[in-house]
Design a binder for this molecule. Structure first.
Ligand SMILES: [Zn+2]
Ligand SMILES: [Zn+2]
Length: 268
């Protein structure tokens, strides 16, 4: 993680946090079970040699024999056949049964088109696969790969899945977390990460009393929102995990007419 001295959370810590949040967000229990399973299947990939590469993502993709990605993706799909959630298990079996050429297409499509709104389940698996790969690559990398716009990830160019407030001096400093590779980079507090407008009157912040450490940061100009996890209020939170568990807040914001800036690993 090149830009912010953010902690890298181990998969075990994420699973533990997900379990702790079941009592806070009981309505997200099924989602969290799928999420903890997904972490385990992504972890199984960590033994593969493609994860220890170092460099800029596009370059690594180009310099690696694509057959190897396909092979690893097939292994990953085999693990995903064990999802408890039946529609996910069935979809994994269906994608597994496809031809090699088909899987190449799915992987390439997901690589270039990971931010699009409507996603099929096969793209869900491909995206989860790339997520594991890119998270490892980003960890190996010491410096940002490209000078991307500040509202997109400096390593892989994807959009942020959530914001974070970390203690700094007497206040808090905001950063954004990449939806794909989990790189965290600094970002100013009073600006919309979608349309970059800075009029505070058009940047309302909402939070629920029972979980004041999660803020819905909305923009009344472009009508998007992003959740920001305030670690000055709850230092035990793991931003990406807490973002997924607080699904009811997402639904609340969507009911108010806002669109989520970027969907998370579970496409929520
Ligand atoms: Zn990234
Ligand atoms: Zn905006």
């Amino acid at each position: 993680m090149p830009l912010i001295a953010a902690r890298i959370y181990s998969p075990e810590e994420c699973v533990e946090r997900a379990q702790a949040l079941l009592t806070v967000w009981p309505s997200a229990a099924e989602v969290m079970r799928s999420y903890t399973q997904l972490i385990q299947y992504q972890c199984a990939l960590l033994h593969s040699q493609l994860l220890s590469l170092k460099g800029e993502p596009g370059e690594l993709l180009e310099n690696t024999d694509f057959a190897y990605f396909v092979e690893q993706f097939q292994e990953f799909l085999k693990s995903c056949e064990h999802f408890e959630q039946q529609n996910l298990a069935q979809a994994a079996r269906a994608v597994s049964a496809k031809s090699r050429d088909y899987l190449v297409d799915v992987l390439l499509q997901s690589w270039t088109d990971s931010d699009r709104e409507e996603q099929s389940l096969e793209l869900f698996f491909a995206r989860a696969f790339w997520q594991a790969v890119l998270q490892s690559w980003a960890r190996e990398c010491d410096a940002p790969a490209s000078a991307a716009a500040p509202s997109t990830c400096p390593y892989c160019g994807r959009r942020p899945v959530c914001g974070v407030l970390r203690p700094e001096g007497d206040g808090a400093k905001r950063s954004l977390v990449c939806s794909m590779c989990s790189t965290e980079w600094p970002y100013r507090r009073l600006i919309c990460p979608n349309c970059e407008q800075e009029n505070v009157e058009q940047l309302p912040i909402y939070s629920a009393e029972q979980c004041a450490y999660i803020r819905i940061e909305a923009c009344d100009r472009c009508r998007t929102f992003i959740k920001t996890i305030d670690l000055t209020k709850d230092g035990r939170a793991i931003p990406v995990v807490d973002e997924i568990a607080s699904l009811p807040l997402t639904l609340w914001a969507e009911e108010k007419g806002y669109t989520k800036l970027q969907r998370n690993a579970l496409l929520l």
